[in-house]
Structure formats: C-alpha cells, structure tokens
Design a binder for this molecule. Sequence first.
Ligand code: ZN
Length: 258
Amino acid sequence: MTEHLDVVAIAPHPDDLEILCGGTLAKLVKQGYRVGIFDMTSGEPTPRGSLEKRKHEAEVARVALGVQVRVNLGLPNRVLMDGPEARYRVATELRKYQPKVLIAGAGRTPAASPDHHQGHLIAEASRFYSQLTKWDDRFGGEAPYRVPHLVYALFPTDAEQRHWHSTFVIDIEDTIAQKLASIEAYESQFDADRFAKVKHFVNAHAAVHGAKCGFMYGELFALPHPVGNDNLMSVVLGSKVSIAAVNLTPGQDHLPMG
Ligand SMILES: [Zn+2]
C-alpha cells in the first residue's frame, strides 16, 4: 500500500516547483509533514537536457529540499493539454497518495511554456475527478478520495494580475538556501551565467514578498476561497509580525518599515 502524504505539490516540469515554492516545501518537511512533488512531464526535450540528466537533476533537487516522494506522471512535455486522459492520470496519483493539501502551480506564462497554464487547469480538474464515484476503472481501480484543500503557488511571470480571494506568505528565511540549491541542481537548464540571474531574481522576489509580512524571505500563495476560521485571533496573530515604526523595546530589532 502507498504511504500517504500530507502535502502534494504539482506542476508541469521538474524545476517549476523548486522556483515557485521550494522554500515552503523544505519548510513543511522540517515541520514534520510528509511532502510529495508530482512532475506532470519529464520537462524534455530541452536544448541541453536529456531524459537521464533531467531525472538525475530532479532527484538531486528532491534531496536538497528533503522532500520524501517525487513522482513523474509521464504526461507529454510541450504539448501538455488539459483533457480527460491527463486528469485521470493525475487523479489516480491523488487517490493513491491522499494528500490533505494540493499545491498547484498557477498562472499563464506567455513568454514561457504554455504547459504552465494547462497544468493549472489539469490540477484543478484532477482534484475534482479524484473524488468522483463509479469511475474507478479510469483511475487504475483506486478508490475515490477527496483532496480537502487546494493552494495555488503562483508563477511570478503570470500574464494576469489576478484578484485571488486570499493570499498569504510563508516565511522561508531558514530554507531559502535549500531552495536555491534545489534550483541549481538543474545544471542542464541553468548554466553558471543563467543560474546567477535566476538566483538574483529568486532572492529579490522572495525578499519583496517576505518584506510585506516582516520576513527576510517569503513565498506567496493564493487560495480559491477566503480564509475561513472561527477564531479571529489565531488568523491575525498567526499572520505577519507586528512592525513598529519605532523600536519601543530596547534590544529588540524591528525591520525598518512602518
Ligand atoms: Zn516550467
């Protein structure tokens, strides 16, 4: 029997999730959760990659993040399309691993692969398909399973400025080094020059999102619904740290933002 996961993160290509939310995935593992990465495709062909190379790089990246499970779903790269067969494939793995949370790469990237947008659609539809009864033959005989929560990990180059119901930021100061190491693992995609640029961008992006919530580095997520809770205090106090314009407590540092 497959050992279940607490969290599954899914995106089209090996390296997508490292860039989108690698810091948070590493952090979840540190916090004691079982985390899986589902790569929809091999990511190949690319100019300097090969199937073997990419597979090796994905494994090095998995180890860098400490993530327990990484599954390649074998859907076609470059021509990834939302449709029944892709949905059955993803939903079969969701039924097997039964995550409590599905983190899906989300956004439409006009200057990068169209797979990203299709992957967003496939992930949403597969989560729904996972729970459907009387269709087990389409999911390798796996029984229906309802994934309770969907979270979006946002492509920073999305063509749209979206009005999500809720967004939140996870503090990744203690795992940003793991995130960068996991991205650097993809040598076939990022040579030294390209990696230097990616590192600059990833650091800057995480610094901007982190700063909004009083963190050195953060990763931004969205929800398809407003945050629900029966306790205002747990939402508010569990959110960003209070930033005083003036340091009222000697010996305690505050970030210089009002
Ligand atoms: Zn990609």
